[in-house]
Design a protein around this ligand. Structure first.
Ligand code: ADP
Ligand code: MG
Length: 594
């Protein structure tokens, strides 16, 4: 090892570049943020080679004076803060004075700028850390930053760049997020003469959403607001029929900054719980949060996309409640349409139809064309037309309205006649829905669930960490109908279990709760969120399974329970519970009609 020496500033900047400049999109991000901080009303970005060959950002902001250009590429050159105290109330996007120095150290960068009240423009250049003198130039008011040959001489970083197409995709996504966050500012992105984003200044957020994500999304989203809460929230969210394969259209902004945050993401998941079609579909949700800067720390991450809330459960509550209320209040026909064509299989189509019922509490005015789940049409697959096994008829009961149970088919489906319709019901999905609603009703009426006391307590062994978690949460456990007590140093004695649990298996159920508590502490879930997740699992655990054979009186009992429930068209996970074939459809199927 050699003697200690102070690093050359060029080396320092290159190291910083490793943090700040990961890929072309990170350069664009820093430059656009600078333009925003400069009060620009229009920001144009041109790139070549996905940003590897060229990134040019133009703005009409307040410009940079010639004497400031001399320092602009130096590390820690910033006009935004002076002292550490300033950090607590930075209102600007950047403040570390690191971006331009870093970018200049790994590219050929130049800046031309002109103050709005001056006729003269000035230019400075930084070619891999060699800074030129400031020279006169030509230019309109505002600033142009050009970055060429990014990482050309830093092979270790260039190696990590993806194809120009991929890098361009990142830049387009980034620009789209800026455009959503700042509707009143014009954004444009061009590569090789192709306009990839053209969003002139807008006053209406929905129209801005259309400029960025197209008409289908813009027309579909609902607006939900919580303006008196802390944080305040303006949300534009898709109904359950407008979903995506991945989470790219779940975007969260805090005072204009795009952030990634687990607390918010979880609250969104909670709000959509039991509403989304199966298959891991993700909602469309653009969330604009605003919070007093004293109540959040935005400076925890070098890229500044992560934040630390002072009160995560307040954030969780505002997001979950606001979204949930909007989703429950949504009615079809406010412009929210059928699922997009990308819905790839019949099952989700059925689910979407069921969701229309769920939202509208009635049939949609125009029933969508019925289609069988694709699997049912495949040869060799389970044949839905097989004769019903054990078709012994249960006595039909008047309490079931027009429903006449026929029997259980394939050990999994209840078969019923409902006036002119033949109905197939997924017994597990329906029972889960019944239990879910019943448990929630009891919780809201009595504040806790019924306990079934055990004659002989059962002892469940746990890891010390799991034990500690569980004992910290006895209050949540009590709410859920559990009576547990420490038993030595590595076990709990279970004196009572939730009365709804059909197959009392305290060990597995408690393990599930420990897991949930762990996740809750990682993600800052509040008590309400914990309880509602636990209820979700409990309903699933307690429900009859596919394959459980049911006696006729059990079938009738289940149907009677379902009759009194309003959401029984889908299970809490959004799977449909029933498939209906009308007499007319059957007649068409058998060519009984012309
Ligand atoms: P930071 O944004 O953290 O201050 P940067 O390295 O990004 O650091 O920018 C350094 C300084 O250069 C900024 O503080 C600002 O004064 C000035 N600057 C950069 N870009 C622009 C621009 N487009 N318009 C006006 N001033 C700019
Ligand atoms: Mg900056």
């Amino acid at each position: 090892m050699g003697r200690i020496h102070v690093l050359d500033p060029h080396v320092v900047n290159q190291i910083a570049a490793g943090e700040v400049v990961e890929r072309p999109a990170s350069v664009v991000k820093e430059l656009v943020e600078n333009a925003l901080d400069a009060g620009a009303t229009r920001i144009g970005v041109e790139v070549a080679g996905g940003g590897r060959d060229l990134i040019e950002v133009r703005d009409d902001g307040h410009g940079i004076a010639a004497e400031d250009l001399e320092r602009i590429f130096l590390a820690h050159a910033t006009s935004k803060i002076q002292a550490v105290e300033d950090l607590r109330h930075v209102a600007t996007m950047g403040f570390r004075g690191e971006a331009l120095a870093s970018i200049g150290s790994v590219s050929r960068a130049s800046i031309v700028s002109r103050l709005p009240d001056r006729d003269d423009a000035w230019r400075v250049e930084d070619v891999e850390g060699r800074i030129s003198p400031v020279t006169p130039a030509a230019g309109s008011p505002g600033t142009i930053v050009r970055v060429e040959q990014l990482f050309a001489h830093v092979p270790a970083r260039r190696k990590f760049l993806r194809t120009p197409q991929t890098e361009l995709g990142h830049i387009r996504a980034l620009m789209g997020r800026f455009a959503l966050a700042f509707p009143h500012i014009g954004f444009r992105l061009v590569q090789a003469g192709h306009v990839l984003l053209d969003a002139p200044p807008q006053t209406d957020r929905r129209l801005r959403i259309a400029q960025v994500h197209g008409d289908e999304v813009a027309r579909g989203v609902l607006k939900a607001q919580a303006l008196d809460d802390e944080p305040t929230l303006e949300a534009w969210i898709g109904p359950p029929s407008l979903t995506r394969r991945d989470s790219t259209l779940e975007q969260v902004f805090l005072d204009g900054r795009h952030i990634r945050d687990r607390t918010v993401a979880h609250a969104v998941r909670e709000a959509y719980r039991d509403l989304l079609p199966p298959g891991g579909r993700r909602p469309v949700a653009f969330l604009f949060l605003s919070l007093d800067p004293g109540r959040v720390d935005v400076n925890v991450h070098p890229g500044k996309t992560e934040v630390r809330w002072h009160d995560p459960s307040a954030v969780h509550r505002v997001v979950r409640r606001t979204l949930r209320a909007a989703l429950e209040g949504a009615r079809p026909g406010h412009g929210v349409e059928l699922p997009e064509a990308a819905h790839d299989h019949g099952a989700s189509r059925v689910a979407a139809v069921e969701h229309a019922f769920l939202r509208g509490a009635g049939r949609p005015a125009e029933a969508p064309a019925f289609s069988f789940p694709a699997a049912a049409r495949h040869e060799g697959g389970p044949d839905p037309w097989q004769p019903v096994q054990a078709p012994e008829r249960p006595a039909s009961r008047t309490t079931l309205g027009g429903l006449r149970p026929i029997g259980q088919a394939l050990g999994t489906y209840l078969l019923l006649e409902d006036g002119d319709e033949l109905v197939l019901v997924d017994q597990h999905a329906l029972h889960e829905r019944v239990l879910f609603d019943r448990i929630n009703a009891r919780l809201s009426e009595q504040g806790k669930l019924e306990v079934q006391r055990m004659l002989v307590p059962s002892v469940v062994h746990l890891e010390p960490a799991a034990l500690a978690r569980l004992l910290e949460a006895t209050d949540v456990l009590k709410t859920l109908g559990w009576l547990v007590e420490a038993f030595g140093t590595d076990a709990v004695a279970v004196h009572g279990i939730p009365a709804v649990l059909r197959r009392p298996d305290p060990e597995a159920a408690l393990e599930e709760i420990v897991e949930l508590l762990e996740r809750g502490s990682r993600e800052g879930l509040d008590r309400t969120a914990l309880v509602s997740e636990a209820v979700d699992r409990m309903a699933c655990r307690a429900a009859v399974m596919a394959g459980d054979s049911l006696h006729n009186d059990e079938i009738v009992a289940l149907l009677e329970q379902a009759e009194s429930l309003n959401h029984s068209h889908s299970c809490p996970h959004g799977r449909p519970t029933r498939l209906t074939l009308t007499k007319a459809q059957l007649e068409r199927w058998f060519h009984r009609t012309v």
